[in-house]
Structure formats: structure tokens, C-alpha cells
Design a protein around this ligand. Structure first.
Ligand code: C2E
Ligand code: CA
Ligand code: CA
Length: 744
């Protein structure tokens, strides 16, 4: 039962750390990823910038190279043109020697002259004379065109296959002059300005870099990788970033590369694309190291947080346990009980409130340390009980109050069995002299799942236990009776404080048996509650005794009774007595005698007319003190009568030694006079009392038959409804007046 309750609270507590752990895990995870990508981007971005600088430098160099190449080509054209012009204006006649001479002088490699029918007439090398260019041949194309001169791009010569740059010029005879310069020479001249050459130089700066220069159609124009020159590069296939100014990481078997696409710009005109390939191994190693440092830091911070949270969690767990358990015994406490009851919504529960009966005495006699040991023993007993029956739950809800909660609608038999095992277990703890419990029982049937109501009802039931009956089950009348007692107590206190109209006295005449003349009155307390109406003295006197109010209440009664005595002493001759009922608690009070004496002085009354009625319960008090007190009282002239004689444990022989004047035979003896055996007993009591010099009063005389028998038995005084009911003071006075005139 207990486990699930604390587990549930543990779960709530756990949630309180798991949620922040989860959130921070997420936070650190995101932060880690962010940091790593930032670092990665930082390095890649740096590469990109570097590449862009490289590319713009390269573009510049390339444009210079192109300018140079243009100049070179211009120079070549000029050379070809000069040669063409020189040949067409040549004054002499041509032959192989003269043409080769001119070629050497003009720094060209070949000169050919075709006649008006396009037949090769002269050649500086003297070869192929008589050859006629076929249809579509560049020579024929020029011949058939309207151009007067033309410089052709480099091409391989028909036949020899050697690359040449050719220039064509018309002469005055409708023939053609063809001048050629070998391209190998141009390449050599260009070599210094060649883009390929530049690339090779660039790549030597950092041999980890592969570079390719592509035209708009992605054809590789130059590259550090020679065998791909002139081929088309499919970006898609090779995962090359297609966007200008972007980069991409490429994984290959040899390692990881970063491919950068950098646009080549020349005066805002695109000049193609420069692709750069960096080997990433070193960079990535660096990134890994930095990332590792960051991740380790983050992990460290995270672990630190978990460590702190865990510490707090453990501490809170401890606090939680303390909050729900009693420090001394370790049993679940009042708070636990409250929450447990509220949460066990519908399950029927029986609540046994246990109170060790002699605990206060143990504390006083053996001290608090021992008292605590006893409480721990009780907790042990309850825990042992709980171990036997899993459906039980024990609590300690205050100093000396324990609760056993029984699950299910517990039958009387089950409760009896439980209490039986409790007793058995309690006796096994030898250390504690005798562990006995008063037990108040309440159930959720009457209290519902309201913990405070359940405790209240169990407490009421506990309160209702007595020395004889120490197990009580709560019922509604218990609460009513408690409330009633409480109301009566409040009103008693008010009466004691002097409030009028609550407490009064009624006076019942006591008559002489021989002539029915008046002997005196018994003062009987009356209480009228505004809320509850008339309350029997049996009830409020008992309550006053229980609540420690008997002494002040008794003083009040004595005050009222002596007021009455004062009146009759003032108005009549001094032979009417007033009998006042006095409780044992009053009698043993410190200054009982002196208070009476003081009162008599103040009111100017004669105490010879006072009788005090004591019950046999005074014999359970200190007998020496009683004897002393009775002596004092008798010295004041007061007479003592023993009330309800025969119901208690006092014997006539014992009474003989005490200063007692009158025996009041209990009403039960008068009722029992109808039985022969009882009649003998009563007459024996009367004669014995007379023998000891005491008078006898018979109480509760209701019939003339009882009166007659008692007269015959020599009973001295009679009291009962047959003569009078208790009278209000004014009626009692009136009664005396009537008596006096009647007897006069
Ligand atoms: P008790 O002292 O034995 O008082 C006699 C009771 O018997 C009175 O009841 C009285 O009204 C009643 N009684 C008198 N004659 C008859 C009769 O013929 N038949 C019947 N059936 N009853 C009769 P009450 O006044 O209700 O008092 C009850 C008890 O309350 C008293 O018993 C006494 O023990 C206690 N008590 C009353 N007043 C005081 C008081 O001022 N001080 C103390 N300490 N106790 C008082
Ligand atoms: Ca009495
Ligand atoms: Ca009596």
C-alpha cells in the first residue's frame, strides 16, 4: 500500500529532473551541431574566399596572357601580311631559290604561288609543284571568294599534317600568294603566356590542389590533370557544385575533397569557371579536433548539470521522505495519511485510531526518553503487523496516536482478529511492561474520504472508550453526546462565573417517620440550558467532575444552599435542616472547611442546621484525610450523612469508626421492600445503625405501604414523592409555613 503511494510521489519528483535533463540535452545537442557546422563553414568559407582570390588572380593573369597572345597574333599577322605584300611586289621572277630566300628574309616558313588556274606554280620548298587544291580546300575557298587577303586560323597542312598559320593574298595576275608560319613556333612563343602553364605553376604552389578551367559549356580547357583536357565535365556525375561561388564536399575512396566553383570574370564578362579541388583530410582533421574540444566541453557542462540535478534530486527525495514520515518511528505521518485518504477515492477504508492507554503515566514515571522507546516499540509492533497483512497501513499521526488503516470493508470479526494479533505482538515486546491500547474506529462509510473527518470520527470514538470498554466504533450519537457535553460544560462555566438563570436549587422535604413533621430539605441542583433545556444533575455533576469543574460548581451550590438556609433561619425557629450533596472531589479540597466557615460568618448562619451528603466513593480517597476532614466539619456542628448507602462497598462496621451521623438508605432498598428477604436486610441495617448511634433516612418513598413498613422498622426519617417532590425555594418556604400552622 505504502509503496505505490511513495512511488507515485517519486515519479513526480523524477519528472522534475528528467524534463530539464531532456531539455538541456536537446539544447546542448542543437548547440553542438550548430557549433560544429559553424566551424566547418568557417573553414570551408575560408577556403572559398581563398579560392575566389585565387580565381580573380588567375583571371587577371589569364587576361594578361590573352592580351599578350593577341599581340603575338597581331605580330604574326603583320609578318604574314608583310611577306604577302613583299611577294606580290617582287620585281624579279620567281623560282624555288628566290622564294626560299624571301621566306628566310621575312622570317616565314613557306611561300606558295598559284597561277590564275589555281595551279601551284612556285613553292619555297620546291615541293608539290603543279598541285591543284581540290573543292572545299581553304586555298580554293579563298580563291573563289571575293576577299583580297585573308589570314586563316592555325590548321594542319594537307599531306604533311604539320600545324601552320596561313595568310592568303591575290596578286596582279589573278593568282594567289600563300604564306605560312609553322604553328609549333607560335606555341613556343605562346608558351610563357599559356593558361595551362599558369595552372601548372599555380598547382605547384600547393600540390594538394587540383585545378581545372572550364569554358561556358563545361569543356575542360586547361587542367592540372592532363588527360582530361578538352573533355566535357558533367557536374552532376562528379557531384561538382553547379552554382557559381559555391562549394561542396565530395567523398571518394582516396579521401575527402572540397570542390569549389568560382566564376572567372573579366570586366563583368563571364570567362568560364574555375574548379578547385582541395584535399580536405587536413582541414577535416582540424575541424574534428576543434569539434571534439567543443563536444567535450559541452558534454562536460552537460554532465556537470546532471550531477547538480542528481544531487538536488537525491536531496529532494530525502526531504520528500522526511515530509511524509514520522521522524521518531519512521512510520508514515499525518500528511501522508491526509493525502493517502484523499487519493484513495472510492476504496472503503476502516480506520483504527490507537492510543496506548498508559502512555502518559509511562512518560511521567520513566521519562521522555523511555517514552520515545515505547513509541518506537509500538511502531515496530505495527510494522510487524503490516508485514503479516499487506492490506494494512500504519501511521503515527501525533505524539501518542497511531492509526491502522484496513483496506476493504472490514467486518467486526476481522477487526477483532487484528486487535488479537496486535495484542499478541505487543506482549512479545517484553521491554514495555504492558502495552494496552484504547481504540477508536471510524470508516469511510460515515466519514467519506475526508481525512480530517475520518480522524475526527476516530478520535470521537477513541474519546468514547472507557476503562471497561476500550474499543469503540464511531456512531453519530457519539458526536452528538460530545457536542452536548461541550455545550453543558460551557454553560456550567457561565454559571460558575455567576450568570443567572442556569443553575438553581430545588429543595425536597425530609420528614420525621413518627409524625411526618418536617425534619429538613435536601438541596438538589438544577440546571437549565438555553440550548438543551433541563439537564439532569446526574449528567452535569458527572461532567463537572470529569472536566475539573466540580470544586467551583460545588462552591456555587453551597452558596445557593446557604442562601436558603439564611432565609429559613431568619424566618423560622432553628429546627429545619438543609442537606447539601457534596462530591468526594469537593470534600478533599484544600480549604473546604475554612471556606464553609467563612461563608457562615459572612451570612450570619448557624452551621448546626447543615447536613452534608457524601457518597461511599469518598472511601476510595485517602481515609486519613477523610477522617480528619469529617472531624473538622463535625466540630463546626455540621452533620454527615452517607448517601445511597448499600450500593457501594462500605460496610457498617467500617462506618462505625468514622464521624458519621446519618445513613441514607438507597432508593433501591425501598423499592425492594416488596421482597421478604430484602425486608430482613433493611431492618437489620436499621437496627445495626441505631446500635452504632446513627440515624437512618429512607429515600424514594413513594407508597403508603413502604411508609408504614419503614415506620414499623424504626426508620427515623423518610424522603420521597409520597411526601413531596423537590420544590422551588419559594415553595419550600411556603411549605414550612403551612407545616408550622398545621402543627401549631
Ligand atoms: P441523590 O442525592 O440520591 O438525590 C436523590 C434523587 O432522588 C433526586 O434526584 C430526587 O429528585 C430523587 N427522588 C426523591 N424522591 C424520589 C422518589 O420518591 N422517587 C424517585 N424515583 N426519585 C426520587 P435528582 O435531583 O435528579 O438528583 C440525582 C442525583 O444527582 C442525586 O442523587 C445526587 O447524587 C446528584 N446531585 C443532585 N444535586 C447535587 C448537588 O447539589 N451536588 C452533588 N454533588 N450532587 C448532586
Ligand atoms: Ca443526596
Ligand atoms: Ca441518594
Amino acid at each position: 500500500m505504502e509503496k505505490s503511494f511513495m512511488e507515485q510521489r517519486g515519479r513526480i519528483l523524477k519528472r522534475s529532473i528528467i524534463v530539464p535533463i531532456f531539455i538541456s540535452l536537446l539544447f546542448f545537442f542543437i548547440m553542438g551541431i550548430w557549433a560544429i557546422t559553424t566551424i566547418q563553414n568557417f573553414y570551408y568559407e575560408e577556403r572559398l574566399e581563398e579560392a575566389q582570390v585565387l580565381a580573380s588572380g588567375y583571371a587577371e593573369t589569364l587576361s594578361i596572357a590573352m592580351d599578350a597572345q593577341r599581340l603575338l597574333e597581331q605580330y604574326l599577322e603583320n609578318t604574314l601580311n608583310a611577306a604577302g605584300l613583299a611577294v606580290s611586289n617582287y620585281p624579279g621572277s620567281f623560282n624555288t631559290d628566290s622564294l626560299s630566300e624571301i621566306a628566310r628574309e621575312l622570317n616565314v616558313d613557306r611561300i606558295f604561288i598559284y597561277d590564275e588556274a589555281l595551279v601551284l606554280s612556285y613553292a619555297s620548298d620546291g615541293l608539290h609543284i603543279g598541285w591543284v587544291p581540290e573543292e572545299g580546300h581553304p586555298v580554293r575557298q579563298f580563291f573563289e571568294s571575293s576577299k583580297t587577303q585573308y589570314i586563316e586560323d592555325i590548321r594542319k597542312e594537307t599531306g604533311s599534317g604539320i600545324p601552320y598559320k596561313f595568310g592568303y593574298y591575290r596578286d596582279d595576275h589573278n593568282g594567289i600568294i600563300q604564306v605560312a608560319v609553322e604553328a609549333e613556333k607560335i606555341y613556343e612563343l605562346n608558351a610563357r603566356f599559356d593558361s595551362q602553364h599558369l595552372l601548372d605553376q599555380l598547382s605547384q604552389l600547393d600540390n594538394k590542389i587540383a585545378i581545372a578551367y572550364l569554358d561556358e559549356q563545361h569543356t575542360i580547357i586547361t587542367s592540372t590533370i592532363q588527360d582530361v583536357l578538352g573533355t566535357y565535365l558533367d557536374f552532376e556525375t562528379y557531384h561538382i557544385p553547379s552554382q557559381a561561388g559555391s562549394f561542396r564536399r565530395i567523398t571518394t575512396e582516396d579521401g575527402n575533397y572540397m570542390a569549389l566553383n568560382v566564376p572567372m570574370m573579366q570586366n563583368d564578362n563571364s570567362q568560364g569557371t574555375l574548379l578547385l579541388f582541395y584535399e580536405l583530410d587536413e582541414t577535416e582533421e582540424l575541424i574534428s579536433i576543434v569539434s571534439l574540444v567543443i563536444i567535450s566541453t559541452i558534454l562536460l557542462v552537460f554532465l556537470l548539470e546532471i550531477w547538480v540535478l542528481w544531487g538536488t534530486y537525491k536531496k529532494n527525495q530525502n526531504i520528500q521522505f522526511i515530509a511524509y514520515h514520522d521522524e521518531l518511528t519512521g512510520l508514515p505521518n499525518h500528511r501522508y495519511f491526509n493525502e493517502f485518504i484523499s487519493e484513495s477515492h472510492s476504496a472503503p477504508l476502516t480506520c483504527l485510531m490507537l492510543n496506548p492507554r498508559n502512555f502518559k503515566a509511562i512518560n511521567i514515571l520513566y521519562g521522555y526518553t523511555y517514552g520515545n522507546e515505547v513509541l518506537i516499540h509500538i511502531a515496530d509492533v505495527l510494522s510487524a503487523l503490516q508485514l503479516r497483512q499487506a492490506s494494512l497501513q500504519a501511521f503515527r499521526i501525533s505524539d501518542d496516536r497511531f492509526i491502522i488503516l484496513m483496506h476493504s470493508q472490514s467486518s467486526e470479526k476481522q477487526i477483532d482478529t487484528l486487535i488479537g494479533s496486535l495484542r499478541l505482538l505487543a506482549t512479545q515486546y517484553q521491554d514495555v511492561s504492558s502495552l494496552e491500547f484504547s481504540i477508536g474506529i471510524a470508516t469511510t462509510d460515515t466519514a467519506g474520504h475526508d481525512p480530517s473527518l475520518l480522524i475526527k470520527q476516530a478520535s470521537i470514538a477513541l474519546h468514547a472508550t472507557t476503562d471497561e470498554i476500550f474499543i469503540k466504533q464511531y456512531n453519530n450519537s457519539m458526536e452528538e453526546s460530545l457536542l452536548r457535553k461541550d455545550t453543558i460544560e460551557q454553560e456550567l462555566k457561565r454559571a460558575i462565573r455567576g450568570e443567572e438563570g442556569i443553575l438553581s436549587l430545588a429543595f425536597q422535604p425530609i420528614v420525621e417517620a413518627r409524625d411526618s413533621s418536617i425534619h429538613g430539605f435536601e438541596a438538589l441542583a438544577r440546571m437549565k440550558s438555553q440550548k438543551l433545556g433541563m439537564i439532569s444533575p446526574m449528567e452535569f455533576i458527572t461532567l463537572a467532575e470529569q472536566r475539573g469543574l466540580m470544586v467551583p460548581l460545588g462552591d456555587k451550590i453551597i452558596d445557593l444552599a446557604t442562601d436558603f438556609l439564611q432565609t429559613i433561619q431568619e424566618r423560622f425557629d432553628g429546627n429545619v435542616n438543609v442537606a447539601i450533596n457534596v462530591s468526594a472531589l469537593q470534600m478533599i479540597g484544600e480549604n473546604f472547611t475554612s471556606k464553609l466557615q467563612e461563608l457562615a460568618g459572612k451570612k450570619q448562619i448557624n452551621l448546626y442546621q447543615v447536613e452534608l451528603e457524601l457518597t461511599e466513593s469518598i472511601f476510595s480517597q485517602d481515609l486519613n484525610l477523610i477522617a480528619k476532614r469529617l472531624k473538622e466539619l463535625r466540630q463546626l456542628g455540621i452533620r454527615i450523612s452517607i448517601d445511597d448507602f448499600g450500593t457501594g462497598f462500605s460496610s457498617l462496621s467500617r462506618l462505625g469508626s468514622l464521624e458519621i451521623d446519618i445513613l441514607k438508605l438507597d432508593r433501591l432498598f425501598v423499592i425492594a421492600l416488596s421482597e421478604e428477604s430484602e425486608r430482613d436486610l433493611v431492618s437489620d441495617i436499621i437496627s445495626m445503625a441505631h446500635h452504632l448511634g446513627k440515624k437512618v433516612v429512607a429515600e424514594g418513598v413513594e407508597t403508603t405501604g413502604q411508609k408504614r413498613w419503614l415506620e414499623n422498622a424504626q426508620c427515623d426519617l423518610l424522603q420521597g414523592y409520597l411526601f413531596n417532590k423537590p420544590l422551588a425555594p419559594s415553595d419550600a418556604i411556603l411549605h414550612i409555613e403551612q407545616e408550622k400552622t398545621h402543627h401549631a
